[in-house]
Design a protein around this ligand. Sequence first.
Ligand code: HEC
Ligand code: HEC
Length: 223
Amino acid sequence: MSWVTTAMLSVLAASYGEADAGRKVFNDAGIGTRGVSCAHCHATVEDENAGDGLVRAGHTLFGVAKRGYWRGDTKRKSFATLNEAVDECVKLFMGTDGLEGADKITLAAYLKSLSPKKKARPDLDTGLVPNNDYDRPEFRGGDADRGRPLFFAACHSCHPNGGAGIAPTLEKSSVADIAKKVREGNGLLRGSRQPGQWMPSFGRERLTDQQVADIAAFIQTRR
Ligand code: HEC
Ligand code: HEC
């Protein structure tokens, strides 16, 4: 084997090892202070219908390293690099300042390994309407039977069985409270993040209004 081939192979081996370590960082709920991992909120498969069936607030990160921009920042003014776009999630949702050292390097290698081809940034449909009142007909009269599997796919990881986990119990939440929290999360989408809060919002392309209504109906049966 020529030294060139040997050198190339060892670089490849190093990057495979790094991507492998980065996959563990991606799934590690201990990298921040809130017990939540990247995998709680992002799938990594190309076609989410071919994934594990969970409904996550964020988009799949398949192809993310080859996207032209992140977080809707088309001119890359706020997030010039993928690492900066990742750190924004770490700050907003995971409760620490940003990744450092080996975690940062291996996670970047893993995200790169998920990006064999160019994939357009998925469009966000936030589901926000100008009317701030969530006591609306579209969220009332949901079907608890349809809501049950949706609840376990979308909410159970943080609100186990509707009780307290890494997030609070939903015991006292009304249908309108639930619809508001699902659509607005920590409030950032309306431009003012509620201090200390970090629930991500689910846009309409993640859960339709009907599905939010069904989940809310199911939660009402758990009291
Ligand atoms: C509590 C949920 C949550 C956690 C935890 C989280 N994210 Fe996010 N992330 C989101 C949401 C919501 C968005 C905005 C919607 C979207 O673009 O997917 C987002 C956006 C992103 C984007 C921008 C995607 C784009 O193309 O614009 C990247 C990159 C990203 N997250 C990476 C990560 C990584 C890596 C981690 C772990 C270190 C992480 N996120 C942790 C919820 C989360
Ligand atoms: C990634 C974790 C996560 C997921 C997934 C999640 N939540 Fe939450 N939720 C939180 C956190 C954290 C809070 C506490 C308030 C905050 O920090 O924003 C919360 C608060 C709430 C509240 C307000 C409860 C109160 O009394 O303050 C409601 C209602 C709620 N969530 C509903 C839902 C529903 C419905 C789903 C599924 C569609 C869901 N959440 C999915 C993390 C999550």
